[in-house]
Design a protein around this ligand. Structure first.
Ligand code: UT7
Length: 325
């Protein structure tokens, strides 16, 4: 990777996303586990989710999203000088999904690596890419959030299986003299490692521990609301902004009640928040770039608008980005 001249900002010049074809509605889940559409909609806002085919992996989803973002940005694979993928469900233990994706796209020689921060994976990847660009170490970066979260769900556990879906989202980030990303914050606190986890690993060719998601839903809910509302306030204060300066907030899409509680706490009207959780469920690292791409393509998000992105995930990890789109 060559050092390039230093730009003050990084800017999104293309977005893309991909959802697997198969839609699983709450009604379909009713036939498999002891749940019902009314409970799921009332407690989570989720109506359906997309689930990958057995033959589809994270890299497949990531490739579709990446190609769409590259097409919007009019950017070829050999113009990318860094590839970062946020994922918790890599196709392989190694090589990384970023390296697999690099080979699919036909890029040779740019650094490529995965970031593992669960549902904050895209935010960690985006902030990392922004730092590479601001330091002059990269000029055009492909940043992806992709997960086939359905593979680490116990479909007999109604407390978790109703919440998640599969998907991918991607952006092309470019060095720019005009904003751009202008403020970022990342956090983690491993003290909360047990309230959301997959407490297992692979060794000697076998799973040790548990390969499914384990979650204390109420603890996660409370933590998500307080961490993300405090972080939003902190981002605004740090940048001497008020909620009136935000055109759109794109929060992690986990539960509509979490999003509504944050909106109430920070006094941001719900009509300034991009919501996709009803159609996609929680797609983990894909949730924010997917929501971003949908709102860009349907015309709600316009160039020059101020966006606040906020993610939270297992670890616990959380973070935010303020940007001019
Ligand atoms: O990226 C972060 C990922 N995770 C999250 O964001 C999850 C955060 N937590 C949540 O979204 C909520 O806590 C849940 C949606 C998981 C659960 O909602 P809740 O309002 O906290 O419900 P609860 O766990 O207190 O359960 C209430 C009742 C219980 O029955 P009893 O004990 O009152 O008889 C549960 O057994 O609802 C029952 N229940 C269900 N009923 C029908 C739990 N899951 C289901 C279900 N269908 N799927």
């Amino acid at each position: 990777m060559n050092q390039v001249s230093c730009s003050l900002f990084s800017r999104i010049i293309g977005t893309g996303s991909y959802l697997p074809a198969r839609v699983v509605t709450n009604k379909e889940l009713e036939t498999q586990i002891n749940t019902n559409d009314e409970w799921i909609v009332e407690r989570t806002g989720i109506r359906q989710r997309h689930i990958a085919a057995d033959t589809e992996g994270t890299c497949d989803l990531a490739e579709h999203a990446a190609r769409r973002a590259m097409e919007m940005a009019n950017c070829s694979a050999d113009e990318l000088d860094l590839i970062i993928v946020g994922t918790t469900t890599p196709d392989l233990i190694y090589p990384s999904t970023a390296c697999l994706l690099q080979a699919r796209l036909g890029n040779h020689g740019a650094p490529a690596f995965d970031v593992q921060a669960v549902c904050s994976g895209f935010m960690y990847a985006l902030v990392t890419a922004d730092k590479f660009i601001k330091s002059g170490a990269a000029k055009r970066v492909l940043v992806v959030g992709a997960d086939v979260y359905s593979r680490i769900l116990d479909w007999n556990d109604r407390g978790t299986s109703i919440l998640f879906g599969d998907g991918a989202g991607a952006v092309i980030l470019e060095a720019s003299d005009t904003a751009g990303i202008f403020s970022t914050k990342l956090h983690a606190d491993g003290k909360y490692k047990d309230i959301l986890c997959v407490p297992g690993t692979v060794a000697q060719n076998q799973i040790h521990g548990c390969g499914f998601t384990r979650m204390n839903g109420q603890e996660v809910f409370k933590f998500a609301v307080s961490a993300l509302s405090e972080l939003a306030d902190d981002m605004l204060k740090t940048n001497q902004l008020t909620v009136n300066d935000i055109d759109w907030m794109i929060p992690h899409q986990a539960n509509i009640r979490i999003i509504q509680a944050i909106a109430r706490k920070i006094k941001l009207p719900m009509d300034k928040i991009i919501v996709t959780v009803d159609k996609h469920g929680n797609t983990s690292a894909a949730s924010i770039p997917l929501a971003l791409d949908i709102a860009v393509r349907d015309g709600r998000i316009q160039r020059g608008q101020t966006l606040l992105l906020e993610a939270i995930g297992g670890g616990f990890t959380w973070g935010a980005v303020l940007m001019k789109f």
